[in-house]
Design a protein around this ligand. Structure first.
Ligand code: MEV
Length: 426
């Protein structure tokens, strides 16, 4: 039996669920209950979430945690993080505290330009299209006037429009490469509207517009964040060796793609969590960050570390196109609250905070990897998860945690120890 459907979007939420349950879950009532137990009891809030996307049937929760004790450019922050992975928020908090007693994090925005492109085909000569562009340039800017007016009032707008000859890469392919300043908004809608207006104005019989769209590769929307301290203040025992291994770990990520990807994934654990909590687009951030990591033609670490004259320095440079107005930022009550928690930052300040979250996460990962390994912490969490699944009481839980302090944790070993315990107690 075919499970395709037409007019699905017109069905009510309950009708959509009924369709799903009858077609894919054999009319199991429990499925409907699971979906509905995540509905918000406040209908206004539920309507708000329903309208974020299409065909909404329920909500999918992510834990929302906070990492206190961040000192960035001398200011205290508690950073909101939305993430499902255990240990990330704990790592952020520990590293924040650690660096708060060593001068804190320093961060600065290098540039904030964003890019959009009108991609088109032209079969004539390079000179012909150049002349046409030169003649048209003022009209192209004028065509966006209604859209750019407000942005200009806030200090943004179109910075420049360039004609780029891409015919070496693809026959007849040219583009209008447009640079934007979008101030505190991420600016996706603004950029795309400007590009479409520019494309309309530019189009003529022998200019075939293919598409107009912003680029998520934003190497000129760049932020730097760093920490530094004397090598001997870095680690309790054998600080010099620790610093050396730490730097080597970064060098390995710079030399080897398999390691670089995992290294950068750890950085994105911190970055995405704050990007999501503040209502920004984590797919855009991910795509832009990884492209930047590969800008030399080889995929490398987004962080760097050095030891010079007894000083350990660790830094990140990453493109982050973010907004603190527009999009979901003020629409989602938790994003709004997250921004308030951060003292309603400008987009620039948010770039600094989020770069720091990524740097902190990388510091935690490399510190663990080059010393104790990461499994110690992870297995502790694994143990508590198994104990939870077993339905152990608070006393039984404590007994098992103590019992496994110096033993290897496996699912079987925990179940065995638990069974023995309740056998003895019962
Ligand atoms: C796990 O989510 C992230 C790490 O693998 C990052 C790293 O290896 O640097 C721990």
């Amino acid at each position: 039996m075919s499970k395709t459907v037409s007019g699905f979007s017109k069905l009510t939420k309950l009708e959509k669920i009924d369709w799903l349950v009858s077609n894919f879950f054999n009319n199991d009532v429990k499925v409907k209950q699971i979906l509905m137990q995540y509905w918000n009891s406040n209908p206004v809030l539920q309507d708000l979430h329903d309208d974020f996307i299409e065909n909404t049937i329920s909500n999918f929760y992510l834990p929302f945690g906070i990492a206190p004790n961040f000192v960035i450019n001398g200011k205290d922050y508690t950073i909101p993080m939305a993430i499902e992975e255990s240990s990330v928020v704990a790592a952020a908090s520990l590293v924040a505290k650690f660096w708060s007693t060593r001068g804190g994090f320093k961060a600065s925005v290098i540039s904030t330009k964003k890019i959009g492109q009108v991609h088109f085909m032209f079969e004539g000569t390079n000179n012909e299209i150049k002349n046409y562009f030169t003649k048209k340039k003022a009209a192209l800017l004028l065509a966006t006037k209604a859209i750019t007016q407000n942005m200009q009032k806030r200090g943004g707008g179109i910075v420049d429009i360039e004609l780029r000859d891409k015919t070496v890469d693809l026959a007849n392919y040219y583009q209008l490469h447009v640079t934007f300043e979008t101030v505190d908004s991420m600016g996706a809608n603004f950029i795309n509207s400007c590009l479409e207006a520019i494309a309309n104005e530019f189009e003529k019989e022998d200019v075939q517009i293919v598409m107009s769209i912003l680029s998520n590769y934003v190497p000129e929307c760049l932020v730097h964040a760093e920490v530094s301290c004397k090598v001997d203040k870095l680690y309790a025992e054998n600080s010099e060796l620790f610093a050396q291994k730490f730097v080597q770990a970064v060098q390995i990520a710079n030399a080897e793609t398999h390691r670089a990807v995992t290294h950068n994934k750890g950085i994105m654990n911190g970055i995405d969590a704050v990007v999501i909590a503040t209502g920004n687009d984590f797919r855009a951030i991910e795509a832009g960050a990884h492209a930047y990591a590969a800008k030399s033609g080889r995929y490398k670490s987004l962080t760097n570390a050095t030891i010079e004259n007894g000083i350990f320095k660790f830094w990140i440079e990453i493109p982050l196109a973010l907004g603190t107005v527009g999009g979901l930022t003020k629409l989602h009550p938790l994003s709004k609250l997250s921004l308030k928690m951060l003292d309603n930052p400008s987009a620039k300040e948010l770039m600094e905070i989020i770069a720091v979250a990524g740097l902190a996460q990388n510091f935690a990962a490399l510190r663990a990897l080059t010393t104790t390994g990461i499994q110690k912490g992870h297995m502790k969490m694994h143990l508590t998860n198994i104990i939870k699944q077993l339905g152990a009481s608070a006393e039984e839980k404590q007994y098992l945690i103590d019992y496994f302090e110096h033993k290897t944790i496996t699912h079987n070993a925990v179940v065995e120890a638990y069974n023995k315990l309740i056998g003895e107690n019962g």
